[in-house]
Design a protein around this ligand. Structure first.
Ligand SMILES: [Ca+2]
Ligand SMILES: [Ca+2]
Length: 450
């Protein structure tokens, strides 16, 4: 059932007002609850009001449902008391919870998903989320890490996701900010459907462990529209580092759409760096209105196999192709100042200008790596700095590619620092500052492959 737009906007308005009050008027009567058991925690949540702090003593709090707790007018701050001995949870269910800030805890469970959020005005920061078999290998895990569904005004920030079938799932939600998370030892990154006015930025994707033997189609970020009544609208994907120099294809940003007549609209994809061997560095299908600026999409050495059928019997190793930016099945797309492989096919009503086409081993054509990056990154996990546009160079003068490094991945797992960082971002997640797309839109043709 889709969320009606009127309902969604009314809810967001309330959440924004509440968060502003919380930011500027922490009540003088704020209390601190020190808890050490599940019973203590339940009692503290039952007694708390916005502005209060709940300190969790070291220990195991098991599966815990926060669903019934709603704190209007701000947040109740829940965090580990001892940064060196973090509170542990199993499955954390935030159902329709409102006004909760949870920082510096560990959640680990074989249940699916490990953490779920379906309420409003939630901050989830500095936490570690792990699935059923925590051995820094996603091959043997069946869980989703964190689901944000039917929710609004949610920050998922500076968390570590490991040992998961998929890290994050955003669906039918608005005002969701997914910032500075480290996502590794998983088989799929972030999946997004029917989300509005949200941002995915400064995340670090690394060490994926897909099972190609099961026919998996791993993506760091995948959008879809299957069984949805709307696409994703108003989304910014910025300054993410996709460090995926593996012996197998993990796609970067696969912005797909399965349903005829359902489009993603108003997207910005800027300043991201993808290093890997999958076809879809950035691919847009059934999209109307997007800006793709200053991304760096480059092939890892594995890509030079130029063979999509390299699967080994154990399922650990997958195919290899030159990664690309593909926007030929999207409408009204501006593609500028990117560095990529094999050129950029665009649709008739889109524009591509001032992009660099790097030399690739398939066509044996393109601009030299030395002239654009100085040297080709070749290790399994090159540092972000290896993707900076060479200085000085003609490409840098033209403002192409990555001109300055950006912070990526977890900023802190410390309970207090994570909580303070979240508070410093303001009361709600960032809204993309994009222009509305013009009316009388042409209908793009073309469906997603797969
Ligand atoms: Ca595992
Ligand atoms: Ca996928």
């Amino acid at each position: 059932m889709p969320t009606a737009p009127g309902f969604r906007h009314a809810l967001f308005g309330g959440a924004l007002l509440a968060s502003l009050i919380g930011a500027f008027a922490t009540p003088a009567s704020a209390k601190t609850f020190a808890v050490a058991t599940r019973g203590d925690l339940w009692a503290a949540l039952s007694a708390a009001t916005a502005g209060d702090v709940i300190l969790l003593a070291p220990g195991d709090y098991g599966d815990f449902s926060f669903t019934k707790f709603r704190f209007p007018g701000g947040h109740v701050f829940l965090r580990s008391a001892d940064p060196a001995n973090r509170a542990r949870f199993g499955q954390m269910s935030l159902g329709g919870a409102q006004g909760l800030s949870i920082s510096g805890v560990d959640a680990q469970s074989a249940k699916n998903p490990v953490v779920s959020i379906a309420g409003a005005n939630i901050r989830f920061t500095g936490n570690r989320i792990r699935g059923g078999t925590p051995n820094r290998d996603g091959f043997d895990d069946a869980q989703g890490g964190l689901h944000v569904r039917m929710a609004t005004n949610v920050l998922v920030g500076s968390n570590e996701f490991q040992d998961l079938r998929s890290a994050i799932f955003l669906q039918r939600a608005s005002r969701v900010a997914v910032l500075h998370n480290s996502i590794g030892f998983v088989r799929e990154g972030i999946n997004v459907a029917a989300v509005a006015d949200s941002e995915i930025a400064n995340n670090h994707f690394h060490d994926f462990n897909p099972n190609y033997g099961k026919g998996e189609h791993p993506d760091a970020i995948q959008f879809w529209t299957n069984q949805e009544e709307s696409g994703v609208t108003g989304m910014r994907i910025r300054n993410n580092f996709f460090q995926l120099g593996l012996n197998g294809a993990v796609h970067g940003m696969f912005i797909g759409g399965e349903r005829t007549g359902i489009y993603h609209r108003n997207l910005e994809i800027s300043g991201n760096v993808y290093y890997g061997s999958a076809l879809h560095g950035i691919s847009l299908y059934r999209v109307i209105g997007a800006r793709i600026l200053n991304n760096v999409i480059v092939a890892s050495p594995w890509a030079d196999n130029n063979n999509s059928k390299l699967r080994t019997p154990d399922g650990r190793t997958g195919g290899a192709l030159q990664p690309q930016i593909r926007v030929s099945s999207a409408s009204q797309v501006e593609v500028a100042r990117n560095i990529t492989m094999k050129g950029i096919p665009v649709s008739a009503d889109s524009t591509a200008a001032d992009n660099v086409d790097l030399y690739d081993s398939e066509r044996k054509a393109g601009e030299s790596w030395a002239s654009i990056l100085g040297a080709r990154p070749v290790s399994a996990a090159p540092a972000l700095g290896e993707f900076l546009t060479l200085a000085p160079s003609a490409a840098r003068t033209r403002g192409i590619g990555l001109l300055a490094p950006f912070a990526h991945g977890v900023l802190t797992l410390d309970p207090v620092r994570a909580e303070n960082w979240a508070a410093s971002l303001g009361g709600n997640s960032a809204a993309p500052a994009l222009k509305p797309i013009a009316a009388n839109l042409p209908t793009p043709v073309g469906a997603s492959p797969d």
